[in-house]
Write a protein that binds this ligand. Structure first.
Ligand code: DAH
Length: 343
């Protein structure tokens, strides 16, 4: 046997062995490249044909071609059987037992806080208000300055406010939305802005570093404190029942003048005094007032021409009252045994 014939046989033998032991499709592709590819072993034999005597070339050429054909046939067969094995494996793994009992689908429901927010929105939409949103990451300018809160105000302390930079912070109240909407200058304004606020507070039964407020703002010509009182009285009656009375107590907020806190008659005892209202017959629910002229000016409105009222409600506070929940943490822990009571 000539040297070249010997060589071709050896290549063929080795290829057979490698193909049989390939074990996987990736390896098979590598083998194909290593024998039949442009730089493959068999291809290089074909290229060395120029060293073979011209009269022997047809014979040698046939050997190489036969070897090539054999390797290809073997490869195709092996590929087909490997593919079939892979498919079998996949089918076995993905087999579905259609007789198995199905997983029970739990249908979710709205969180008590969401129920109250939706209710508050419904009440104000009914009075012609628009629901708007503002950013949770806010400028100091909007959260404080434009709301007439001076630089030395305790609320600006780092103990109360999460600062991101010197002039960017996590809003501590939804009141900055007032400033943003007034600045847009589309009058009159009748809006509420529900949203998340942040304060550097420790978690306990009545505090959390993140909670929700609903801001309200009305701006127009000839708005009086009577409009504020009437509006919040309707709100309280809708939310807590038609028997509910409201009481305005003088208070101070930098962005309103005059300012008030609003109490509602205790919806548990009707005002006689009970454990729920700590014997007073009244429960505090929100802060409000007539928008301060400085705020109007800083937000681009003429206080001689326009005025209005604002209010801010703590959403959790209302939720806790309405559902008689005595610990705010229950609202955030999302224990389904608790949450499911509100479905
Ligand atoms: N922003 C106040 C707070 O977080 C709540 C508030 C009070 C909002 C009076 C108002 C308002 O719009 O008029 O305590």
């Amino acid at each position: 046997m000539s040297e070249i014939e010997q060589k071709i046989r050896e290549i063929q033998e080795k290829a057979r062995e490698e193909i049989q032991n390939a074990g996987g499709l990736d390896r098979l592709t590598d083998i194909r490249v290593s024998y039949l590819g442009k730089k493959g072993i068999l291809t290089s034999v074909m290229k060395s044909m120029k060293d073979v005597l011209p009269e022997e070339r047809p014979t040698v050429g046939k050997w190489v071609n036969d070897a090539r054909k054999e390797i290809e046939t073997l490869m195709d067969a092996t590929k087909a059987s490997l593919e079939e094995a892979a498919l079998e494996k996949k089918l076995a793994e993905e087999r579905i037992d259609v007789t198995m009992p199905a997983k029970k689908i739990r249908i979710g429901h709205r969180h008590p806080n969401t129920l109250v927010r939706d209710e508050v929105e419904r009440i104000f939409i009914g009075m012609g208000y628009e629901v708007v949103e503002g950013p949770e990451i806010e400028y100091d300018e909007y959260n404080f300055t434009k709301l007439n809160i001076p630089a030395n105000h305790p609320a600006k302390d780092e103990q109360d406010t999460f600062y991101i930079t010197d002039d960017i912070l996590l809003r501590t109240q939804t009141s900055p939305v007032q400033a943003r909407i007034m600045e847009q200058g589309k009058l009159p304004i009748r809006m509420i802005a529900p949203g998340r606020v942040f304060r550097s507070d420790e978690v306990d039964a009545t505090h959390s570093p993140s909670f929700y407020q609903i801001e309200g703002l009305v701006i127009d010509k000839h708005i009086t404190m009577a409009d504020l009182k009437g509006t919040l009285d309707v709100f309280a009656k809708e939310l807590f029942g038609p028997e509910t009375k409201t009481k305005f107590r003088p208070h101070h907020f930098p962005f309103t003048e005059p300012s008030a806190e609003v109490d509602v008659s205790c919806f548990k005892c009707g005002g006689k005094g009970c454990r729920f209202c700590k014997g007073s017959g009244w429960i505090e629910i929100l802060g409000c007032g007539m928008v301060h002229p400085h705020v109007l000016e800083m937000c681009g409105l003429d206080p001689e021409e326009y005025g209005g009222f604002a209010f801010g409600v703590g959403l959790e506070r209302i939720t806790l009252l309405k559902y008689e929940i005595d610990d705010m943490r229950l609202l955030y822990e999302n224990d389904v045994r608790f949450i499911d009571q509100f479905s």
